[in-house]
Structure formats: C-alpha cells, structure tokens
Write a protein that binds this ligand. Structure first.
Ligand SMILES: N[C@@H](CCC(=O)N[C@@H](CS)C(=O)NCC(=O)O)C(=O)O
Length: 260
C-alpha cells in the first residue's frame, strides 16, 4: 500500500488492517467483545489502568495525595493490558464506555462512583481530598484552563505525532510534518508559559502539572516516543527545567513505578 496511490472509496469499510502497531485492537465499533468480571480489592479506590501517559497521571496523583497524608486515598491498582484487548471486557466497558484506561471506581461512596477520562479523575480526586487544585476562583480557573488544554492537545501529540512517528507501519512525510509542527508549537506554548513560572499555575504545583508532565514533560526528556532529538527539545529549556523538577518528586517516582 502506497500513500500516493490511495483514492478514498465512496463509503469506507473496515476490511483490512492498517498494519500499525495497534492495528489488532483498533476497531470502528464500540462496546464489549467478551464477558469478563473486573477484579476488585478491599481499598476505598479501585484503579483500572496501565503505565501509559494517561494512566500514569492517576497513579502519580494518588501517590501525591498519600504523600500529603490523605490516607483515605489508598487504592488497589488493576493493570488493564490494552495490547491484549482487556479494555473490551464487559466489566470494564460498564464503567468505561469509551473502552480506554484509566478508570477509577470510588467504593467509599454508596453507590460506588465510576469516573473515566483521566482529567475528570484528576479533578474528582482533587475535589474529594481538597488538594492540588487551588480554592481561589481566579487561580482555580487558571488551573482548569491548563487541565482542559492538556486533554484537548494530547490527541495531536499521542494520536497524531506519536502515532505517525513511532507506530505507523512505514514513515509518511505528510502526517509526520503536520503533527511535528503542531507538537513543536504546543511545546513552545508551554516553554513561553513556564519562562516566568515554576509550575503551570501561578498558585504552585497542581493537577495541571500532573496532567501535562507525562505527555510533554516526558516527550521533552526523551522518555516518551524517543523523539527528543527529532523534536530538538533541548531548545525548550523552561519545559526541560520544569519536567526535571517534577520527575524528581517522590510521589511522581512512585506513581510512575507502580503503573509500569
Ligand atoms: N482522553 C482519554 C484518553 C485515554 C486513552 O486514550 N487511553 C489509552 C491508553 S493511554 C487506551 O486506553 N487505549 C486503548 C484503546 O485505544 O483501545 C483520557 O485522558 O483518559
């Protein structure tokens, strides 16, 4: 299959695999593929996740909460192997209709509360434990703006740049150029913002840093997609300084290790 020879049909049909790294788990249909009851432990919070950038956000948050003395944030981590299609098990889809990790089940509530979408989980935990999200309205909105920025921007970084640079079956210049341009623009947005701030929000370390670091911080340090040289991330000095300060935190180290 060569890019240039392709003419889209009138109606797209799913009759061939794309050949990319995740081809075996991608399908154009939602819903479960098999029956599977989810495992559950005895702690108040049950986390179904994996050590991907979105998954790591939640283990980091929970470890930071525990480090702050919020002992009620004790959690059981259940690894969902997305490469094996475990996100399509019936029990998982029941609490995560989009079939993506991470998803949190809060058993300390009656009935239990399921939360999916990583930034919704960060917000939920910050509100529940009164931590890592400022109270003052203006600071809070600044923080939520960056949280939402991350959620909407990451699809360009992960689904766009990461996919075509790292996982596509063969290199294609058009999508790589398009997504590299946008990834570098986003890194520049962060670099300019961090030029006169220690963390993303003026009020200090927050869920905005926890959301952004596993993507942009780890791309800048070369830990995600092994693309630091290609993206010339040495140029984003403020992003690198911020990323290194975050990765040195005990909660971050623990959260990263626990999900891998
Ligand atoms: N916007 C979602 C994205 C979650 C997501 O894309 N999760 C990926 C792993 S990082 C996943 O579960 N992929 C499985 C699949 O696509 O089937 C969030 O932030 O929670």
């Amino acid at each position: 299959m060569s890019n240039k020879d392709y003419t889209p049909p009138k109606v797209w049909t799913w009759d061939s695999e794309s050949g990319g790294k995740w081809a075996n788990i991608n399908r154009p249909i939602a819903g479960p593929t098999h029956d599977k009851v989810l495992p559950a432990g005895g702690k108040p919070l049950q986390l179904y996740s994996l050590g991907t950038p979105n998954g790591v956000k939640i283990t980091v948050m929970l470890e930071e909460l525990l480090a702050l003395g919020k002992t009620e944030a004790a959690y059981d981590l259940h690894i969902i192997n997305i490469g094996e299609g475990e996100q399509f098990g019936s029990g998982f889809v029941e609490i995560s209709p989009n079939s993506k990790i991470p998803v949190l089940l809060d058993k300390s509530k009656e009935p239990s509360q399921a939360v999916f979408e990583s930034c919704a989980i960060l917000f939920y935990l910050a509100e529940k434990y009164g931590a890592l999200l400022p109270e003052k309205a203006t600071d809070r909105m600044e923080c939520l703006s960056w949280l939402f920025w991350q959620e909407s921007s990451a699809s360009f970084l992960g689904g766009g740049f990461g996919h075509f640079y790292r996982y596509a079956p063969y290199p294609m210049q058009y999508p790589i150029d398009r997504y590299t341009m946008e990834t570098k623009r986003q890194l520049d947005v962060l670099d300019r913002h961090l030029a006169d701030r220690e963390y993303m929000c003026s009020s200090g370390y927050s869920i905005a840093d926890i959301a952004i670091w596993p993507w942009y911080g780890r791309v800048a340090t070369g830990d995600v997609y092994d693309a630091a040289e290609f993206l010339d991330t040495a140029n984003y000095k403020n992003v690198l300084r911020w990323a290194k300060a975050i990765e040195a935190r005990e909660g971050v180290k623990k959260g990263l290790e626990s999900a891998l």
